[in-house]
Design a binder for this molecule. Sequence first.
Ligand code: RIB
Ligand code: CA
Length: 318
Amino acid sequence: MSDSSSRTRARLILDCDPGHDDAVAIVAAARYADLVGITTVAGNAPLEQTTYNARVMRDLLGIDVPVHSGAHRPIVEHPQPADFVHGASGLDGADLPEPTTPLDGTNAVEFIVDTCRAEEGLWLVPTGPLTNIALALRMAPDLADRVAGISLMGGGTHGNRFPMAEFNIWADPEAANIVYTAPGRLIMAGLDVTHQFQATPGRIAQVAALPGRLAAVLADLFTYFSNNYLSRHDPGTIEGAAIHDPLAVLAITHPEVFTSVARHVQVELRGSVTRGMTVIDLRQITDRPAPNCEVLATVDADAAFEVVRAAIEHYSTP
Ligand code: RIB
Ligand code: CA
């Protein structure tokens, strides 16, 4: 694994809905990128909870990063939190400290637009429903040309919330459609790659062996998340929870651990059973639409987890 410190550090805004795996994405982004801001969106839990959880993670890491809350609900759909996965709090399963650092703002969309207009070349890294990103693109049509790109977690050739719909895309398909039809670079960490990256018992043990409260909290969160996944999947089909969201960060900071393919991807808005599906054109015939997305295909899971473990260790060393 190449030394990421030899690479120019990406500067990014993480738009998230913590969420167990979003919490890991915050750690990875803080360690390996210049985390310019954290914006929150309703998704795994209501906005109040995802925002509270982002503040908890900020304080656990002891980082000076602004947190701005965003959309309370999707553009058209009603909020449909995934409490059956993440619990009512959005981060069930660990003894979390009360956050003390105050919220920096309640208009994430404005923060995203203003920050990207003040500085060219930022990455937008959404790991929840795409509501904030879509509203920012609608508010500022110049945004897509000003950012380095969008690296999102979402979609796939199959679903999780429904047979053909992954949660982040399904929760706000209209927002996803705005993102997938915007100009500019788009990287997609879909379920096909994130299911290769699981919180196995051995990996959880590596985190639990680290000192300090952050590692203890994350080990407990991994355990809760994995127990939830194992209870909801056919026996023997998985070894632990898919740690989806940090892969959208590592796609930028550690691209060497992935392979990807350029594909045309569009979002289904009208299907009675496929609404929220990412329709990925896998055809090998030449008469097909030009690609609009770099779809992550494989990940070196051991290498990627070592990147995550080292980030946790970095913030755990007394
Ligand atoms: O489908 C997985 C995605 O939905 C992850 O981002 C998880 O945090 C939830 O938001
Ligand atoms: Ca998420």
